[in-house]
Design a protein around this ligand. Sequence first.
Ligand code: SF4
Length: 424
Amino acid sequence: MQLSKRNLYRFPWSGNDNPIGWLEVTDKCNTYCRGCYRINGMQGHKSLEQIKDEVALLKKWRNCDNISIAGGEPLIHPDILEIIAYIRSLKMKPLILTNGIRLENDRPFLMELKKAGVIGFTFHIDSEQNRPHWKGKTEFELFELRQHFADMVHSVGGLFASFGMTVYPGNLDFVPEMVKWANRNVDRVHGLVLIGFRNAAMEGDYDYYADGKPIAPETSYFTDNTAESYLTSTDVYNKIKEHFPHYETSAYMGGSQTHDKLTWLVSAQLGTKHKMYGSVGAKVMELFQTIHHLRYGTYVIYSPSNKIPKIAFLLGMFDKGVRATSGKFWREVVRRPTELFKPIYVQSIGIIQGPDLMEDGRVDMCESCPDMTVWDGKLVHSCRMDEWRLYGSYLVAQPREAANGKVISPESIPVAEPAETIGK
Ligand code: SF4
């Protein structure tokens, strides 16, 4: 399949009806990742009261199905069990985005989190993390740790486990190894999240303004060296496609400023412990979102169950991806009848291409950003929340005169307006 919007399903998510609400409960962390976009320890743990207000706002104005609990490191927040229980009480799915350090040797804590109502975890593990006891380990050596968490969560049961990594040019060639490992563990690894590394040029072609005042950006993602900040979601997709014929993406999100950018690429692979057979197509992705919205009133991104009944192959009647997958499966059953009795699993791969600073100073975000979070009663992009924490507004980049010989006045640059205070 040629990677083009025409062959993919555009997620119907919007700012007002989005399955994800991003909740940062603390900016404290117990490690430091090179690609982190949050300044650690600037404000510490949020109070339970503030957190409840933010969750309620996300429920009321964004119609979320799930709350992604992030940080800093959410598992070091003293009220994490109450936070999970509160989200659950509002009939939303609490998912924890964690580096796992707090959980590594603490199965009883995992049991407590499950009892409180957590639906699962996205473990962020990569070699750029300064992780205690794992410093200097290669991506390959970190499989031991990834396997530990996958087995631990699987042994408790009923929980979602996915694994995230920041993709730099330096570890792009490692991505197929991540997919191979995940496929081998299709019964206990529900998905992968691959995020292209991004930072912004401190020096060079832009001046930066906050509320019209010139500033020198101090957020963690402004650097002198942006040499590594160019991978696109298509680059990561092509790397996987090179190695895995069964892999195909079927849904996307575009850019907020440009028409030809694919910021989110999502696939749902199907297979057994023995073999991966294919990926669902755009029609089934659409059906899944539509049925969930009709049935529960929300769109969806996380489903705790990763088992698919074989009758689902009937969806091949109108979905090319499922039809091809079903054909491969039944041909394998002829060769290996025991496959008939093996469960079929679904495993997602989400590729995210973060914001891009454009020549004219606009910032191309992910359209209908799924990871919007709450700042001071407003919804803002979580990847740029430090601009609000430091300057009380999004930064505006103005191309320097030298850059293109033309003087561009700040007010003439069409910049995406920050999310208005909805309903106030
Ligand atoms: S725009 Fe939204 S989805 Fe995209 S990287 Fe930023 S926070 Fe994440």
